[in-house]
Design a protein around this ligand. Sequence first.
Ligand code: SF4
Ligand code: SF4
Length: 170
Amino acid sequence: MSTYAIFQDESKCISCRSCQVQCKINKGLSVGPKPNQIIEVGPVNKDGRPKANFVFLSCFHCADPWCVPACPNEAMQKRDTDGVIFINQNRCAGCKSCIMACPWSAPQWDAQKGKAVKCDLCLERIDAGLKPACVTACPTSALSFGPAENVPETKRIRFARQIVASEGLH
Ligand code: SF4
Ligand code: SF4
């Protein structure tokens, strides 16, 4: 996986979706594509009360990504320096192969531009020493950004699979 990751403290998330909105603003996206999303899971029984969990879901920047080899135009790329998976928009032909290849449909379809779009951890921002747009927008500091080794990958993958299965996402 990438050198970096976005972490979510679910206990702090109030599902305001500021992260979703700020991501779209930063990428200039219209209605439709959501490079990150807050998924509602539950309710689950917590201390005898029903409680919903709000889970931040975005690209995992896989160590061995399905999307990169699926792209016939080498638009989907893995950055050598830090493993961030990104789309070279100039090369994207809009074939949607990456969307179909990713088990979590992390790449999203931008109908306005006729191209795929995805989380790239805000490359231009992190290269300037800033945090990703979603992280800065979170009013409760539920999101943070840091070294990926702080998150066990198996936990992230298992959790994401549970979410996709429970929500019927494609
Ligand atoms: S788009 Fe999907 S397959 Fe590609 S790196 Fe992200 S999570 Fe992995
Ligand atoms: S939609 Fe674009 S990025 Fe995705 S596989 Fe096709 S050309 Fe590559």
